[in-house]
Design a protein around this ligand. Structure first.
Ligand SMILES: O=c1ccn([C@@H]2O[C@H](COP(=O)(O)OP(=O)(O)O)[C@@H](O)[C@H]2O)c(=O)[nH]1
Ligand SMILES: O=C(O)[C@@H](COP(=O)(O)O)O[C@H]1O[C@H](CO)[C@@H](O)[C@H](O)[C@H]1O
Length: 329
């Protein structure tokens, strides 16, 4: 990792892998001291199986028992199942993405739901969580809020976690985040090496100050996470970004074919931003190092591997080859 990325990784990575690690009373006091309001947004497209449990726990734990959260909003993203009714019955405010900012029309996609959520919420701090999470995520919201409430210089916090992968009913301890590992991470390392310290650049759980979020575009589809990361780097600078270890994240998985489409959207998002030119004049040559992460039981350990490639010239430009061809004639 580049020195700036490593320094960021060491200084801006905190841990909140369970509620035991979080001083909730102190968090509540900081929220009140700062006069903050917190909105939690769950984008949901056909998540009837999971959204109810997630909303029930969020509302009971962080609205009613401990007033850390002021509103829980499910953005119904053109669902065709009972997502909206189930989320509403669980205590969420449910908003149909298509109904928000009608003058702007509506587009399909997760990023559209998240962009419109800014117009459907009022908190100065906004937390985003996927609606297909399957593990205990009761500590996610306070964990994501902690860096924002602890340091006014931080404007955007991404969750990071180990990511099991369940395939054909078999759960592997790692292997999740397939598009992250095979597409997003190599591209980010090559084009924005200052972001190489992000363990989960595509993770769906993150929190930010509205004042920053409303300054950047939201890519309408699955490019929203990588677009926000690159664009908020420009708006907030690396010191304005942070990440928090939330332990593990288990979610429902799409097929490889569907993730191909997701990867395509992420590549389009990255290429559009790469065309804007370098964000750092000291950039190493694109494709220099790839930093991957493994968890050693205590925390994430980065390993940087050289991935710079060399190449041979066209053979017709190699005199030794051409001379041999001529000699053979
Ligand atoms: O058009 C869409 C696609 C996805 N989502 C939601 O965005 C989150 C992440 O989407 P998905 O699970 O499809 O992505 P994955 O986690 O498989 O990468 C989930 O809560 C989806 O319901 C959405 O609101 N609108
Ligand atoms: O990280 C990834 O590679 C993808 C796919 O994860 P899996 O291989 O299904 O565990 O999941 C994320 O990417 C999406 C695009 O940024 C986000 O919208 C999802 O929230 C996130 O789960």
């Amino acid at each position: 990792m580049r020195p700036d990325a490593r320094a960021w990784f060491e200084n801006r990575t905190t841990s909140a892998t369970s509620l035991a690690e979080i001083d909730v009373p102190a968090l509540l006091a900081a929220k009140r001291r700062g006069g903050h309001a917190v909105s939690v947004v769950l984008p949901a497209r056909n998540e009837a199986a999971t959204v109810g449990g997630l909303v029930t726990d969020l509302v009971q734990r962080w609205v009613r028992d401990v007033p850390l959260v002021d509103e829980v909003v499910v953005m119904d993203s053109d669902s065709t199942d009972d997502t909206a009714a189930i989320a509403r019955a669980a205590g969420a405010v449910v908003v149909a993405t298509a109904d928000v900012l009608p003058g702007q029309g509506t587009r399909p996609g997760k990023g559209e739901a998240l962009w419109k959520s800014l117009a459907a919420t009022t908190g100065d701090l906004v937390v985003f969580m996927d609606s297909d999470l399957l593990n205990d995520v009761s500590h996610y919201v306070p964990g994501l809020l902690s860096p924002l409430l602890a340091d006014t210089r931080v404007s955007y916090v991404k969750g990071c976690y180990t990511r099991p992968l369940s395939v054909d009913g078999q759960v592997r301890a790692a292997g999740g985040g397939r598009v992250t590992e095979l597409t997003a991470r190599p591209l980010i390392n090559a084009l924005w090496p200052e972001l190489a310290g992000f363990v989960q650049p595509l993770g769906g759980e993150y929190a930010g100050r509205r004042s920053a979020l409303e300054q950047v575009p939201f890519v309408s589809g699955y490019g929203v996470e990588v677009g926000l990361l690159v664009d908020l780097l420009q708006v907030c600078g690396l010191p304005g970004l942070a990440q928090v270890d939330l332990g593990t994240r288990v979610h429902s998985h799409q097929t490889d074919e569907a993730l191909g489409v997701m990867a395509g959207q992420i590549v389009s998002t990255v290429l559009a931003r790469a065309a804007r030119g370098s964000t750092d004049r000291h950039r190493v040559s694109p494709g220099g190092l790839l930093t991957q992460f493994a968890h050693d039981g205590e925390g994430f350990v980065p390993t940087s591997i050289p991935v710079a490639v060399d190449q041979r010239p066209p053979m017709v430009a190699v005199a030794e080859y051409v001379d041999r061809l001529r000699a053979a004639v």
